[in-house]
Design a protein around this ligand. Sequence first.
Ligand SMILES: [Zn+2]
Length: 287
Amino acid sequence: MKKRKTKTDEIRWPKKYRCAVILGFDFDAESDEMRTAPDKLVPITKGKYGATVGLDRIFNVLDDFSIPATFFVPGWVAENYGEKVKEIQSKGFEIAGHAYLHEKVSELSVEDEKRVLEKCISRIRQVTGADPKGYRAPWFDLRSNSLNLLAEFGFEYDSSLMNQDLPYFIKSSPAGKLLVELPVDWCLDDWPAFEMDRKSTKMVHETWQSEFDALYSAGSLFNLTMHPECIGRPARIEMLRGFIQYMQSKHNVWFASAGEVSKWWRSTHSEDRPVEFSFSGSRGKEP
Ligand SMILES: [Zn+2]
C-alpha cells in the first residue's frame, strides 16, 4: 500500500534539513527596571549581569559552536549598551527589535505604542546603521493592532505568538501586508523556568530536550527564547552548551537566525493562507 503523504513529508526547510532551530536572546539588560523601578538595585544589577557577564558567556558558546543567533534588543539597550550591540553585530548575529524600555503593550495607548516602536527602530539604527527586520514583544505581550504597526514600520516578521509549531503568515490590516510569525511558547523560554519556577538545569534540559525531540520528528521549528541575565549563569550556560551538543548530534538540523527562517518561509510558502486576527479583539482565525 502506498504510504499516504503527510504534512511532515512536505519540504519545509532548505536543503535536506529536517527541522529548524532558532536561538533567540532577549537582551533586556536593566531596561525594564529603568521604566518600573529605577532605584531597585537588585534587579538592576541582575540586568547589568546579563549585559556583561552573561552576554560574554553566550558569545563564547555561540563562537565555539559557530552557530547563528538572534538578539532582540530594546531601543534603550542600544542607546546605553551601544558597544555591546555593536559587538553582537560584528560577530554576525542578527539584531531585532524589542520595544524601547521593555514596555508591556497592554499598558500603552496606541499612540504611545507607535512612539515606542519608532524609538526602538531609531535607536537600533543609530548603532547598527540598519532598521531591524524582526520583532519580539516584551512579555510576549502583543495585541492585534500591534501587528498593523509592525507591518507599517517595515518589519518582516514577529516572534511573540503561539498559534502553531511552524511559522505562519499573519495578514495585517489595512495594507494587507503579510508578516511572518515565528511562534514561541512559554515552555521554551528560560525565564519562567529558572526565574519563576526555580527549576534546576537538569529539569529544564529535560523539558527542552523532549520538546526538541518531538519537534524534530515532526519536522518543525524549535524556537528557544533566552535572556543573558538568566541563561548566562555559570551552570545554566553549561547546560545550554550540552543541549546544543545534543541537537547537533541529530542529523539535518538547520541552525538559523530568526531572520533567515522568516526569509526562507516567505520565499517558499507564500501561497499559505494567512491567519487573520480580529482587529477589535484578540481572536485569531486559523488557516
Ligand atoms: Zn524582554
